[in-house]
Design a protein around this ligand. Structure first.
Ligand SMILES: [Zn+2]
Ligand SMILES: [Zn+2]
Length: 369
């Protein structure tokens, strides 16, 4: 079989401008431990929207291809390529993957925390005019580098679900892990009703927490949160005072044992601390970027709160995400999270729809026209 030397990709050349569909090179050699895949599905994450708009930017990052949640079918694998569990990856394997780690730095070896890798390679750190060119989702083919953790996917997990596990779902599971999980009957407030907030609602409910309270907007997303297990949903138009009253009423006047920021909106930190119960935990996941946020430290002290940060997740979280999606597929309608698949020509519209909160998770199938 002749392998492609180039691939069609939706390239981000200027922030806020339409993506340009063009041919970009593929590496001419597949290194040991690497794989060349045909991308079967990519789902978009809020980070893609921020990179597109320029809200998130790095010097010299363009041109690049968006998309860091994807699955593909292996066309060819390098010598000795195995997945994260040591299973051989060969032509025809259906795999998910995400960022690469080096395995040799302080973060990888001393901290033993892959997300702290000093050489972590994410799709959005890869320029499309430099080797290995095509590592991201919005392209017909992708090169999966030797350092990227690959994962053979079980049949029961749909392409869209597995793609979303590559960032959104594993990020949520990592956040619960950082928080030490939830106890049956413990109260949880989820700030945010985007894809992460909805998945977190499901994780909390599946873990026996209650009440699970999800805060967000618009109403369509809150309706979805209810379908995914929220006992109570609170809109943004209600204001913080009314929301606090509602949370206290739902928790016997105590507040929430666990609050997770999956919103990143101004004011979430102060509200989280305000809504937390005595001895509660607050995990910051959704707030990114350099803008400071105020947190009343006196309340953190007075309620003996534990405040934790949580960044993305590693392949262990990915493994658990795939298992969670598979095992709870009859309880939660995962398909309800995803939009109608579009081809690369529809990718710009998909990113724009995400930016207007019209879609929870946009889906790009590069095999479509
Ligand atoms: Zn490393
Ligand atoms: Zn992401």
């Amino acid at each position: 079989m002749t392998l492609p030397t180039h691939t069609r990709a939706a390239v981000l050349r200027a922030h806020g401008a339409p993506l340009v569909t063009e041919e970009i090179p593929l590496p001419d050699r597949i290194e040991p431990g690497a794989a060349l895949v045909r991308t079967d599905c990519a789902t978009l994450c809020a980070t893609d929207v921020h990179l597109w708009s320029g809200a998130m930017t790095f010097p010299g990052m363009l041109p690049m291809v968006l998309g860091h949640e994807m699955v593909g079918t292996v066309l060819a694998a390098g010598e000795g390529t195995v997945d994260a569990l040591g299973r051989p990856v060969t032509a025809g394997s259906r795999i998910g993957w995400s960022e690469s780690t080096c395995g040799h730095c302080h973060g990888c070896t001393v901290l033993r925390t892959p997300v702290a890798c000093e050489h972590r390679g994410y799709g959005f750190l890869q320029r499309s005019d430099r080797h290995p060119y095509a590592t991201a989702g919005l392209a017909e083919h992708a090169y999966v580098t030797p350092g990227a953790q690959k994962y053979l996917l079980p049949e029961e997990v749909e392409d869209t679900w597995a793609a979303a596990a590559g960032c959104a779902v594993k990020t949520v599971l990592h956040a619960f892990d950082r928080a030490g999980g939830t106890r049956p009957g413990s109260s949880v407030v989820i700030q945010g009703a985007g894809a992460l907030g909805i998945v977190a609602t499901a994780v909390a409910k599946a873990g026996g927490a209650g009440p699970v309270i999800t805060i967000g907007a618009p109403k369509r997303r809150l309706d979805l949160a209810e379908e995914f297990g929220a006992d109570l949903v609170l809109g943004l138009d209600e204001g913080p005072a009314a929301r606090k009253e509602a949370v206290l009423a739902a928790t016997g006047g105590r507040g929430a044992d666990l609050v997770i920021d999956l919103a990143g909106a101004p004011g979430v930190g102060a509200e989280a601390v305000d809504l937390a119960a005595w001895g509660g935990r607050f995990v910051v996941v959704g707030t990114t970027g350099p803008a400071p946020q105020e947190i009343p430290l006196g309340t953190v002290m007075g309620k003996e709160l534990t405040v934790l940060g949580s960044l993305n997740g590693d392949v262990g979280d990915y493994h658990r995400a795939i298992g969670f999606l598979r095992d709870f597929r009859s309880r939660f309608d995962w398909d309800a999270l995803f939009g109608e698949p579009v081809g690369l020509s529809g990718a710009t519209a998909a990113v724009e729809a995400m930016s207007r909160l019209e879609q929870t998770k946009a889906v790009v199938d590069p095999r479509l026209p």
